[in-house]
Design a protein around this ligand. Structure first.
Ligand SMILES: Cc1cc2nc3c(=O)[nH]c(=O)nc-3n(C[C@H](O)[C@H](O)[C@H](O)COP(=O)(O)O)c2cc1C
Length: 310
């Protein structure tokens, strides 16, 4: 089946720990269909942009189109991140107003900033003074109440986002529970900014339905759906050849990136299987999880891919 995305702009959502440069490059090379990949959020650590995450968006490590994301934070931190990314050559940056992790939100960062509109306004005012950058925003309907998005518009005016991506839940729901689609419909009707929908799209059919239900969207963003089934935008690539190629690119890329030897590589690559091909045979998934060295791992992963896909 071919993708319904021919008329629909598809963006890849950031997934911390999964969609790093290696994953993005491999996905882009093997499966494609994504207009831009949003990086997992960057943040300030010990007064400077965290080096490991800056390295992830270094232009020399990225062959896929990437838009770096920064975690909404106090104005000075946000400006530091935006300036560092601008100086690396990025003109488009995304601001995370969606991270629901309680320790983050409690510090009024990420989604927590939706509950403190005055701080959000200060951050946006400060960011507007960083020259040569266009912003987009990734947000939820609120932190602890679904109407909090209404108060965000005033603040966002200062950066005039090129788009707002909305996950139709509040922060307190984390990544589960009911999608608040009535509230999302109100946001869509009232948004002065182009809106991208993000949430629970796992199949091409679900993508088509969202597109049909909300024709005024300027795109959809997909996270876990692509991590589980990277070929979901082009089912002609749901075959073992493409998945073996993707897997090989992940292995080679991560082996070159990680410096901690086989143990670290094994731990990282196994963690990707917490998402990848969840419907594959349980016994084979267990063999992958239990592999204690790279030889056993390669054999288990290859068997899993070959036996699960045509
Ligand atoms: C493990 C994990 C890590 C995530 N990391 C980020 C992140 O760094 N930045 C961000 O904006 N959202 C992050 N998200 C949220 C996703 O980008 C996305 O909004 C969410 O998963 C809902 O979309 P989906 O149903 O298509 O996955 C993360 C979600 C998960 C499950």
């Amino acid at each position: 089946m071919s993708s319904p995305s021919l008329t629909c702009r598809v963006l890849a959502a950031p997934l911390q720990g999964i969609t790093d440069a290696v994953w993005r490059n491999a996905h882009h090379a093997v499966f494609g269909g994504v207009e831009a990949y949003y990086s997992p959020f960057l943040r300030v650590e010990h007064g400077e942009a965290r080096r490991r995450t800056l390295a992830d968006v270094a232009p020399c490590s990225n062959t896929a189109p990437v838009i770096p994301q920064l975690l909404a934070s106090p104005p000075a931190e946000a400006v530091l991140l935006a300036t560092a990314l601008r100086d690396m050559g990025y003109r488009d940056l995304d601001i995370n107003l969606g991270c629901p992790h309680p320790p983050v939100a409690r510090r009024h960062k990420g989604c927590g900033m939706l509950a403190t509109p005055a701080l959000l306004k200060e951050m946006c005012q400060a960011l507007s003074r960083v020259d040569g950058v266009r912003y987009s925003v990734k947000m939820r309907l609120g932190w602890d109440a679904p109407g909090q998005w209404r108060e965000a518009w005033d603040a966002l005016e200062h950066i005039a986002p090129v788009q707002v991506t909305v996950h139709p839940r509040i922060g307190k729901q984390q990544y589960r529970g009911e999608l608040l689609l009535d509230e999302f419909g109100q946001l869509l009707a009232q948004s002065p900014y182009p809106v991208v929908y993000n949430g629970e799209i796992r199949t091409a059919e679900q993508l088509r339905r969202v597109h049909e239900r909300y024709p005024q969207l300027c795109g959809v963003m997909i996270g876990r759906g692509l991590a589980m089934r990277p070929s979901m935008l082009d089912e002609s690539k749901t075959n073992s050849d493409c998945y073996l190629c993707f897997h090989q690119a992940l292995l080679e890329g991560e082996a070159a990136r990680l410096t901690g030897g086989e143990h670290q590589l094994l731990a990282h690559i196994k963690s990707l299987w917490e998402w990848l091909l969840p419907e594959a045979d349980k016994r084979l998934r267990k063999r992958v999880r239990k592999a204690s060295n790279m030889t056993a791992y390669r054999a288990a992963a290859t068997e899993l891919i070959v036996s699960s896909l045509p």
